[in-house]
Design a protein around this ligand. Structure first.
Ligand code: MN
Length: 354
């Protein structure tokens, strides 16, 4: 039996908004991933099914491997048309923020979001929810915003409105944020939800193939290059580092999303407990950091202590203003600083040597 983490009281305000509001704008984070797009498209389709005016706005483009999702072509990209997006945000009755915890995550859309007079609701699973929302529904213990959205839809009494298309979007969000159910997915309740989604006719094998078996030849070769020539292992720190410069990515015709998942790969090495990936983003003239860790090792603290970023305990990110070389130096200094830490969770990296 499915146990809902939300009650009718948690969603009472939104239920009222559902009555009178007409224009809903759904926003999600920059560099949208499967969970961001899946949850946003699912909520958008649900609202449209209820006769509402609903649209999804993303700060920048979503990767191609999500383009098969129902409703994907209706997404409005802020970078492409800031004026239209600002108008939509200002004219909205309700703004729904999915899969992000602070407005800085919606990048250039943040200003109009903050100043819009619309009612604002956050549905998210990242720790430390920020301000600027009227209603905050934050559940960091859940696998994904998509899992939270399923709870939300049931709590507002609309389970029966979940079509195959909506279920496919929710399923894809859960599947991507758990790495195909390989992490953050030990809660039996999650599989009750998956079961309900499959009952609506979701083709889970097709979803998997669309997302995980859609590499271009050059993407696989880029991965080979990164692992073979760019991965450094710091055995005494149980840590791996991969860096990619803009030139290197260009050499492999790297497209948006092509480096997705790369940061997870070094964790396949026995004894590696933290993996950091630094790549140049020439468009925004900064360095992007992704970090992953296992067990109690807090990679979100590595991202926040040394790069001003944050995220989940085992999956975090940051943006670094500087060169790749400076970002690598920061990494080396950070590891050195952590070596003398007394924190039991950080010590995990420096004990149990093979
Ligand atoms: Mn997510």
């Amino acid at each position: 039996m499915f146990k809902n983490v939300l009650t009718a009281t948690d969603v009472r305000e939104f239920k009222i908004w559902m009555e009178w509001a007409d224009r809903f704008v759904i926003l999600t984070h920059i560099g949208p991933d499967g969970d961001a797009i899946g949850s946003s498209l699912a909520l958008c389709a649900l609202l449209r099914g209820r006769g509402k005016n609903a649209v999804v706005i993303t700060p920048d483009h979503a990767p191609d491997f999500l383009s098969w999702l129902p409703g994907f072509n209706d997404i409005v990209v802020y970078d492409d048309d800031p004026k239209t997006c600002d108008d939509l945000i200002y004219q909205a009755d309700v703004l729904c923020g999915l899969d992000f915890n602070t407005v800085s995550r919606i990048d250039r859309a943040a200003a109009s979001f903050v100043y819009s007079k619309a009612r604002k609701i956050m549905l998210d699973h990242h720790p430390f929810p920020g301000t600027n929302f009227d209603v905050v529904i934050s559940h960091p213990e859940l696998s994904s915003a998509s899992e939270l959205l399923f709870n939300f839809i049931c709590a507002i009494g609309l389970f029966k409105s979940i079509t195959t298309d909506i279920a496919t979007c929710i399923y894809t969000g859960i599947m991507t944020d758990t790495g195909g159910f390989s992490y953050s997915s030990s809660d039996p309740n999650l599989f009750v939800i998956v079961s309900r989604l499959l009952e609506t006719g979701v083709d889970k094998d097709a979803a998997y193939a669309h997302v995980f078996h859609s590499y271009t030849q050059s993407r696989l070769r880029l991965q080979g290059f990164a692992l073979n020539e760019k991965m450094q292992i710091f055995e005494d720190c149980s840590t791996a580092l991969i860096t990619l410069s803009a030139d290197e990515m260009q050499r492999y015709e790297c497209r948006k999303g092509d480096t997705e998942g790369l940061v997870n790969m070094p964790l396949q090495i026995q004894g590696i407990k933290m993996s950091v990936f630094l790549r140049e983003d020439p468009e925004r003239k900064l360095i992007r950091l992704s970090a992953r860790s296992v067990g109690a090792v807090p990679c979100n603290r590595f991202a926040s202590d040394f790069y001003g970023g944050g995220g989940h305990l085992n999956a975090a990110g940051a943006e670094f203003k500087g060169t790749l070389k400076q970002a690598v130096k920061r990494f080396m200094d950070g590891l050195k600083q952590w070596k003398s830490s007394d924190d039991a969770e950080i010590r995990e990296l420096f004990v149990n040597k093979r």
